[in-house]
Design a binder for this molecule. Structure first.
Ligand SMILES: Nc1ncnc2c1ncn2[C@@H]1O[C@H](COP(=O)(O)OP(=O)(O)OP(=O)(O)O)[C@@H](O)[C@H]1O
Ligand SMILES: [Mg+2]
Length: 1107
């Protein structure tokens, strides 16, 4: 799936300004502050137009990942935040797509990150260019050339642990598709003096340490080396170890890289042998020896080292020894040999070591070139990467700095030329009027140095070649003469009196005012270094070596090719190579990377403004910016410009239909940007001041915020509306449900209320109807009753009328009859006696009575006294007679019935009658006693011999002899006693023995008490004060209570002529000795069956529970 393109711009989320052409105001301070601000935010890259400024972060940043490569791939240069990948991509695409050869110029001071930058460019290009086995091999060889060259050309210095001590330019060649084919490396001015001497705190080239640390014992033996660094004079010891650097591991890396690049094993071996030879050369020492001719001569102290070197290099020892002792000068077929003193011998030794090493280095470069050179002959596109020392200003600046600064001066020159050219070309291309740009042209300085007739380098060469004594001072004098009037040259001895008073300018120095600042050069060593002299004896000795590599390094040693001309001086060589380089660069499209070192401590996060200011100055960054924005500070193609700002104008937002240029025109008019602030090119809009761009950016930012607010507003509105609609929908649903529910509930309520009301109304109606009906019915009934009454009344009235009528009629009839009778009687009186009527009446009456009695005789009912029948009376006037007759008859038949009884039966009935009078309807026990005949003496004392004594004691007739339960006065328990009633006494006797226990004369019995209930308890109260009463009243229980009470009553009555008081009450008092005790009858439980129980509750109460 195609990745979605998000249009971004360098201007988005900028920290400071991403492109310094936009800096306002533009001065050194703002430039440095901008760099610092960005550096503090980990933005180490900043643009000046298409130039990339890189500030060394001294720590690894996560900005070189494969994802980052993908981010920057095929993106517009100004689309993303500044990055070295953006520049690499731009260069690569322009090379591949527009067929323009490219060069990437990386400059900056030592430790600023040039080499790292060049490697990043190469790795980016390697990552984005074509793939395939062959291409990959080429890529790999190109990349692996770096470790090899770094091992031999880099060293630890105080400024950089991996300082490149040579300038390097590498052409990478591509085919038409953009696939890499190979490359060509050029090296410039290796700092060979380092081989023999290193400043304090610095090291020799890495390879020496790597070899000694990483080589196997076997290899060391073969190379006649020892692992101990201190054994070698050429190796400084104070910083032999570098923090974080593993020399042994790096040695393996280098050998591996050499293998990848294509070095044969024997070649590697030879290279290492040369390295070993150089190391060992340093150990050759000389001692002075006076010769007879008085000349000083030097002698090798210890020939062992020399011997080993010769064994290693295959040089005849005597040849080499001689070369260290003599110097042969050949001139015009003349050969003059002079001996070398100790100093000269050391000079020769060091010169040999330096030459050997620098030539080895050049050989390595050539060897690598051989390996990586493009195999095909097709047309190539080239991308050059130049990693060369930047401008150097030290305290002591010597020949090297002079040359380096010259190189930088040249680079600045082509920078200005190319930038201006490019600007101009762009203006022409875009059809914009070219306005003259004021800028500092350093051509005059370049001329001061390189002019063939009176340039400083030419002067130096002249001095070197001049016969006679040549010293650095003579050189300076010459300069003073030739350059005295030059604006950019200053020296104490110059003729220009201006400088005479300048005390900051010491003797034996000259000062050049470079584009980047003034630099004071010490002339000491200039001549020597320029000469770069290696005695011919030594080169010849080397050529004679059996070692093929060494031999090939010194071709001038071949006597057959002897060349009496002096070899070109270092200065002229360098000038020539710089010229070639410049020529080379001028044909290419330049891309600049300016590296800046933020601090001297090699530390992360530290930004030393003073140090950076110094670099900004000599890198000419301010000048860069000025040139870059001389005419128009900012330009942009119409499409992206319109795309970026179209939201600022109604006509162009959201879509512009016409061509982009017209859109931009409309946009700028609308925004009322002054016309002098911009120009329309063919494809780009040119903006003169960054201010205008920032204004646009500010407006855009503001507008974006507004748009964001608008979008937010719409979105929020939409969200709220959707939410609201949803809520409303839900609300409706809920409301519907709720209403339904409420209505349902209400309906239920109404329904139930209706039902209640209905039922009430119905009830009320029904009752009303009922009432009415009742009323109606009552009315009807009343009516009926009234009617009935009325009818009755009517009927009765009628009846009474009829009766009256009948009576009247009867009366009339009677009266008539009477009248008739009286008339008859009056008639017949004369015929009858006067009282015949009375007689007739009496007769009639007699007849009627007669008839009545006769009829009665037949109607007499049965003789049973209980027969209630009696015939009805026939005549009203016989009513009283009839009743009387009935009474008489009843009495008569009762008499008849009584007459049948015996005396005993009579007595029994009398007693029963007595009992009925006493107890009927008073005591519940009574009815059950009615059926029982009263037997009196139940206990037949006479017959039982046990009671003989008792029988003997009693003379009177026994009325009652029965066993009763005497209730114990104290506890309510009962004991059986024989109860005897005689005519005068009441006796109690023991049941078993028959012994009399108590005897009470009946006169002393005052009262008998009993309950109204169905029990047999009764109390016999005795007369107070009587003898019998000493123990108190008796309380008995008997099954024949009714009989006993009745008989006691009758006997008492007949004996004392007093009625015995019988009290029937459920609560009565008895006298027990002194106490009056209440006997209370209560309704008891059925627990003991139907037998009543008696219990003495307390002194005052005795309770009888009757079931
Ligand atoms: N982009 C970077 N990211 C992280 N570290 C860096 C970067 N650039 C440089 N460095 C660090 O700075 C050190 C010095 O960088 P480098 O060797 O490239 O400097 P140089 O400019 O080539 O110096 P010289 O002129 O001495 O060769 C590196 O060894 C590395 O530790
Ligand atoms: Mg470097």
């Amino acid at each position: 799936m195609a990745k979605m393109e998000v249009k971004t711009s360098l201007l988005d989320n900028m920290i400071g300004v991403g492109d310094m052409v936009l800096l306002e105001p533009l001065n050194e301070e703002t430039v440095i502050n901008n760099l610092k601000k960005r550096f503090d935010h980990n933005e180490i890259y900043t643009y000046i137009g298409s130039v990339v400024i890189s500030v060394n972060p001294y720590r690894s940043l996560p900005i070189y990942s494969p994802e980052k490569v993908e981010d920057y791939r095929n993106r517009n240069f100004y689309e993303l935040s500044p990055h070295i990948f953006a520049l690499s991509d731009e260069a690569y695409r322009s090379l591949r797509d527009q067929d323009k050869d490219q060069c990437i110029l990386i400059t900056g001071e030592s430790g600023a990150g040039k080499t790292e930058a060049s490697k990043l460019v190469m790795s980016y290009v390697a990552a984005v260019c074509g793939k395939g086995a062959e291409v990959n091999q080429v890529k790999e060889q190109l990349l692996q050339s770096n470790p090899v060259l770094e091992a031999f050309g880099n060293a630890k210095t105080v400024r950089n642990d991996n300082s490149s001590r040579f300038g390097k330019y590498m052409d990478i060649e591509f085919d038409f598709k953009g696939d890499p084919l190979g490359g060509v490396i050029s090296n410039y001015l290796l700092e060979k003096s380092r081989v023999v001497k290193q400043p304090r705190g610095e090291r020799n080239f890495h390879v020496f340490y790597q070899l000694l640390s990483g080589a196997s014992e076997e290899l060391l033996n073969k190379l006649k080396l020892e692992r101990d660094f201190s054994r070698y004079n050429y190796l400084s010891l104070d910083s032999a170890k570098v923090n974080g650097v593993d020399d042994a591991a790096n040695f393996r890396t280098v050998r591996n890289a050499m293998q990848i690049v294509g070095f044969m094993d024997h070649e590697v071996e030879s290279v290492l042998e040369v390295v070993a030879a150089v190391l060992k050369l340093g150990n050759i020492e000389f001692k002075p020896e006076s010769r007879v001719n008085g000349l000083d001569e030097s002698k090798i102290k210890d020939k062992n080292e020399l011997k080993e070197i010769c064994e290693l290099t295959g040089i005849d020892q005597s040849v080499l020894e001689r070369a260290f002792s003599f110097r042969t000068v050949e001139a015009k077929q003349e050969k003059v040999s002079t001996t070398l003193n100790v100093a000269q011998a050391y000079y020769a030794r060091d010169a040999l070591a330096k030459n050997l090493y620098s030539r080895l280095f050049s050989w390595l470069v050539n060897r690598i070139n051989e390996s990586i050179k493009a195999q095909t002959k097709v047309r190539k596109k080239v991308m050059g990467v130049l990693d060369i020392y930047g401008f150097e200003i030290f305290e002591d600046n010597s020949f090297e700095q002079f040359i380096i600064n010259y190189c930088n001066e040249k680079l600045q020159q082509i920078f200005i030329e190319l930038t201006l050219k490019e600007e101009q070309e762009e203006y022409i291309r875009e059809d914009i009027e070219w306005t003259h740009i004021e800028y500092f042209n350093n051509a005059i300085i370049c001329d001061l140095i390189e002019n063939n007739t009176n340039g400083i380098l030419a002067m130096l060469d002249e001095e070197c070649l001049r016969p006679g004594t040549v010293t650095d001072e003579t050189f300076l004098e010459k300069l003073n003469q030739v350059c005295a009037t030059h604006q950019h040259f200053e020296s104490r001895m110059s003729k220009c009196s201006r400088f005479l008073n300048d005390t900051s300018l010491p003797h034996s120095c000259f000062r050049i005012q470079h584009y980047a600042g003034k630099v004071l050069y010490q002339v000491e060593g200039f001549v020597d270094k320029n000469n770069d002299l290696l005695y011919r004896d030594l080169s010849q000795a080397m050529w004679k070596a059996g070692h093929a590599l060494i031999k090939s390094l010194f071709p001038e040693g071949n006597p057959a090719k002897i060349n009496l001309k002096r070899p070109p001086t270092a200065g002229s060589q360098f000038k020539a190579s710089v010229a070639t380089l410049m020529k080379n660069l001028q044909t290419k499209n330049p891309n600049y990377i300016r590296c800046i070192k933020p601090n001297d401590k090699k530390a992360a996060h530290i930004f030393n403004e003073g140090l950076v200011c110094h670099q900004v100055r000599y890198l000419g960054l301010l000048e860069n910016v000025r040139v870059r924005r001389a005419g128009y500070a900012f330009r942009q193609a119409y499409e992206p410009c319109l795309e970026r700002y179209k939201m600022l104008c109604k006509q162009t937002w959201p879509h512009w239909k016409g061509p982009a240029r017209a859109g931009v025109e409309v946009l700028f008019n609308e925004l009322e940007i002054p016309v002098e602030e911009y120009s329309f090119g063919r494809s780009k809009i040119f903006i003169r001041n960054p201010r205008t761009l920032f204004k646009l950016e500010d407006l855009r930012k503001q507008r974006l915020e507004d748009l964001a607010t608008l979008i937010q507003k719409i979105y929020r509105g939409w969200k709220c509306r959707t939410h609201f609609l949803l809520m409303r929908k839900s609300q409706i649903v809920i409301a519907a449900w709720y209403r339904r529910y409420a209505q349902q509930k209400r309906y239920q309520q109404i329904k139930s209320s209706t039902l209640v009301i209905q039922s009430y109304i119905r009830g009320w109606k029904a009752r009303k109807i009922l009432r009415e009906l009742k009323h109606q019915k009552r009315c009807e009934e009343a009516a009926t009753t009234i009617a009935a009454y009325w009818h009755g009344t009517q009927a009765r009235r009628e009846l009474s009328r009829l009766k009256a009528e009948a009576r009247n009629k009867h009366a009339i009839a009677v009266i008539w009859a009477y009248w008739l009778g009286s008339k008859v009687r009056r008639e017949y009186r004369k015929f009858f006696r006067a009282n015949a009527g009375k007689k007739i009446y009496e007769f009639t009456l007699q007849r009627i009575v007669q008839k009545y009695f006769l009829e009665m005789k037949n109607k007499v009912p049965s003789l049973s006294p209980i027969d209630k029948n009696w015939p009805s009376r026939p005549y009203l006037f016989l009513d009283s007679t009839h009743k009387e007759l009935k009474r008489i008859f009843h009495l008569w038949r009762c008499k008849k019935y009584r007459d049948q009884f015996t005396d005993q039966q009579k007595l029994i009935y009398e007693e029963k009658l007595e009992a009925s009078e006493l107890f009927k309807d008073k005591k519940a026990l009574y009815p059950s006693s009615v059926g029982q005949p009263f037997q009196g003496p139940y206990l037949e004392i006479n017959k039982n011999p046990k009671y003989k004594k008792l029988k003997d004691a009693i003379e009177e007739k026994i009325i009652i002899a029965e066993v009763v339960n005497k209730i114990n006065r104290a506890n309510g328990k009962s004991t059986s006693r024989i109860f005897l009633l005689t005519n005068n006494n009441l006796l109690l006797a023991d049941q078993k023995s028959g012994q009399i226990k108590s005897e009470v004369p009946l006169v002393d019995v005052t009262k008998v008490s009993m309950s109204s209930q169905n029990d047999g308890f009764f109390a016999v109260h005795l007369k107070e004060g009587s003898e019998a009463a000493s123990k108190g009243d008796f309380l008995f229980s008997s099954d024949h209570l009714i009989e006993m009470a009745t008989k006691l009553y009758r006997t008492t009555l007949s004996q004392t002529k007093q009625k015995l008081n019988i009290e029937i009450s459920d609560e009565f008092l008895v006298q027990f000795r002194q106490d009056k005790v209440c006997v209370k009858f209560i309704q008891g439980n059925q627990k003991n069956g139907s037998v009543p129980t008696c219990k003495r509750k307390n002194n005052r109460l005795l309770e009888v529970a009757v079931p």
